[in-house]
Write a protein that binds this ligand. Sequence first.
Ligand code: PFF
Length: 446
Amino acid sequence: MKNLSQWSSNLGFILASAGSAIGLGAVWKFPYMAGNYGGGAFLFIFIIFTLLVGLPLLLSEFILGRHGKTYSTNIFGKVSGKKSFNIIGWLGNITVFVLFSFYSVIGGWIILYIIRTLLDIVGLTHSHNYGLIFTDYIANPLYAMASQFAFILFTVFIVSKGVEKGIEKASKIMMPLLFISFVIIIIRSITLDGALEGIEYFLKPKVSDLSSEGVLYALGQSFFALSLGTCGMMTYASYLDKKTNIVKSANAIVWMNILVSVAAGLAIFPAIFAFGLEPNQGPGLLFIILPQVFDQMFLGQLFYLLFLVLFLFAAITSSISLLELNISNITKNDNKNRKKWSYIIGSLVFIFGIPSALSNGLLQHFTFGVGSFFDNMDFLVSNILMPIGAFGVTIFVGHIFNKDTIMKELNLSNTRLGRSFVDTWYFLVKFVLPIIIIAVFIGQLL
Ligand code: PFF
């Protein structure tokens, strides 16, 4: 059995947290959000939120996690003596459970596309009408549920065996490869005829394109993509020793995340405009556009297959952290029952996720709130639960948690630069972040 009580190295921690962060959020969700909510304007506000809100929050979770050294439904009470604050941890557990239920649907789509591309390579399927392929595959209830099941099973298997360490090592190779494959796609995408319009759409912010809804979604996206507001990053940091420089780690993760999001946008938007398509195609965007870009390349299907495998890997390193959070709480970090609980939680996630899997087919006309069942789950998680969780963390770190302990954890006060960094960060967490989160909420209500 594994013992996750300590990362074997600093790099292990960075790789695991970067693995948790970089996944469907940056690659799949960001482009379709940007396509729905104003292109360049969305990118701009997303970057602002990621740096101004996301980075300080990530650092807060790291500090709290490393200091508290326990699972998230216990940590707030442990470090403050006030048990009622553990509610933030409980909320995070509900959030990741719901999140995993629809995350696995998209994870399943990647598996379906891997199978389809394999069939294409060996000549068993020939259709290249990707809009139609998407609806055909995704609308099929059996395909949608079976692939979701497979994705959950993969995750459960890894978490139950405790082979995350191997996964982290693999991500040292897979993540850079994913990035390189993006560079290749970008080169192809921006050299397509008519691509310029797409580059402009994505990189040139037009303030008039931004709605209050877009601002809310951008904040939600910055939380989603950095795994914030769920106590997931806190949990990873609780397995950390004192030596690691958490400020550097948080910075690295945030910038990697921005880089991958921008890369995904640059791969997709030029192609959308070159093909004369619309950017607001919703969750299917990546799955409809990218294969068309690969079709324009030498050995395109092979490269597409490689890309999908890397993409699946990135999604799995995130889903591991989703499940790990629930398991660490249920087992109270005791590995004895880890296997049993991994399978139980995995099964519950699957059952709860079925309506999300069917949202693009059988249940597509069953809409309420912001759209399909899937859309509502995503909205609930990204735009309500994660911001509430994040709000709880800022209030806790800024107003409840002992300031001296924080300063010791940060260990930066010996230089002037370090001191001004810490002061700025503390001011942001104590006053600015709570106000921004509330303001974005109220802006949306109005
Ligand atoms: N950050 C992940 C992604 O962008 O794919 C999703 C995620 C993982 C959110 C873990 C929250 C979490 F606790």
